[in-house]
Design a protein around this ligand. Structure first.
Ligand SMILES: Cc1cc2nc3c(=O)[nH]c(=O)nc-3n(C[C@H](O)[C@H](O)[C@H](O)COP(=O)(O)O)c2cc1C
Length: 339
């Protein structure tokens, strides 16, 4: 059975204890392919306020042969702790080699991806597709639980359609097999970001299980965070795009909602962006840098009224240095929405 417990503190934040891992405050970075790599994680960790960082989804099949010194999916520094590693799993046979690899890599927690609806992921029976096969999920979780003493978490969406019975059975099965925490991206599998997240469904899940439930989806500000926690009664928040646009958002939420003793973040966007490029350059092989810069810029540009210009200038750049120069030119002409 799961060993997660919540211990109340005098401030509004219950610290989350998952086995031997303390998550304080209960603020989680969402796994995001192409985005939650070491460069972004270091920037987020630098502002503070994040309780648990995350990798992007890692194909369990490929993980055991990745080179930890060169692979952009695996590289991480000591500053990025604690960190959860997310596995994309298609079947039970992949579990043992992947978990052995994560033990070697020094994972602090392991997350199982049960929510990614991308067609390429569904085709191999992984991600959100897994929720259609609860018996296979049961075997995967049981095997994983047997092999690791690390916190084992599951990230889900709400399913293919709104079906309380099915969702409840799935979540209680996860808990029964030893999952320590469930994070919920509060949308159905086919729903795009254009639709408002269904936070009220996370509130339902919270009533059905005793392990911690973390709400994810649609939090871009301290006010959103407050509303989301109030609407769901969740045990914590997971931030995705909001933390890419504003890597200091964790620090703001930690300060203003959880009363954490963190300095008010001082943000100079142009410096943040240049630091991001420096980190990409320091960490990754040249051919791995530009794509990651473009992906980040797509979100970061939303801090500017005319951010689409920044995004398109970087998008059409042929090298990181060209992108850096174009971005510097943009910053010199455009105040951010925060200045
Ligand atoms: C570019 C991108 C990549 C993503 N990759 C993953 C992933 O690797 N694993 C996963 O579980 N979810 C992934 N997601 C979903 C996010 O973790 C999160 O559930 C979703 O973005 C909703 O949260 P938000 O509104 O805070 O962004 C991804 C989302 C985006 C935008």
């Amino acid at each position: 059975m799961a060993e997660a417990v919540l211990s109340e503190r005098s401030d509004p934040s219950p610290e989350l204890q998952l086995r031997s891992l303390s998550i304080d405050p209960p603020l989680f970075l969402a796994p995001m392919a192409g985005l939650t790599h070491s460069a972004l994680r270091q920037i987020i960790a630098g502002y503070g306020g994040v309780g648990l960082l995350s990798t992007e989804m890692l194909a369990a099949r490929r993980l055991p042969t990745e080179n930890p010194r060169l692979s952009p999916w695996i590289i991480r520094t000591d500053a990025e702790r604690p960190m959860s590693w997310q596995l994309l799993i298609s079947g039970v046979a992949e579990v043992r080699p992947a978990i052995n690899a994560l033990h070697r890599l020094g994972a602090d927690a392991i997350d199982l991806n049960m929510g990614c609806p991308a067609p390429a992921v569904s085709r191999v029976g992984a991600g959100a597709k897994l929720m259609e096969h609860p018996d296979e999920v049961r075997r995967i979780v049981a095997e994983a639980r047997c092999l690791t003493g690390l916190p084992l978490t599951a990230k889900i969406r709400l399913g293919n359609e709104l079906d309380e019975g099915k969702l409840r059975a799935f979540c209680t099965m996860l808990q029964g097999e030893g999952i320590d925490l469930i994070s919920v991206h509060a949308r159905l599998n086919h729903e795009s970001f254009a639709r408002a997240p269904r936070w009220e469904w996370v509130g339902k899940i919270k009533q059905w299980v005793t392990i911690p439930v973390i709400v994810n989806g649609g939090v871009f500000s301290v006010e959103d965070a407050r509303n989301c926690l109030q609407a769901t009664g969740a045990d914590g928040l997971m931030l995705g795009r909001g933390a890419v646009i504003r890597p200091w958002l964790f620090a703001e939420i930690a300060r203003e909602i959880y009363g954490c003793p963190i300095e008010k973040p001082v943000v100079v966007l142009s410096e943040l962006y240049q630091r991001f490029i420096d980190l990409l350059t320091e960490l990754y092989l040249p051919e791995r840098r530009l794509g990651r810069l473009k992906e980040f810029t797509h979100y970061f540009a939303r801090n500017y009224q005319f951010g689409h210009l920044l995004a398109s200038k970087v998008q059409s750049s042929l090298s990181v240095e060209e992108a850096r120069a174009r971005a510097a030119d943009f910053f010199s002409r455009n105040p951010s929405l925060h200045e």
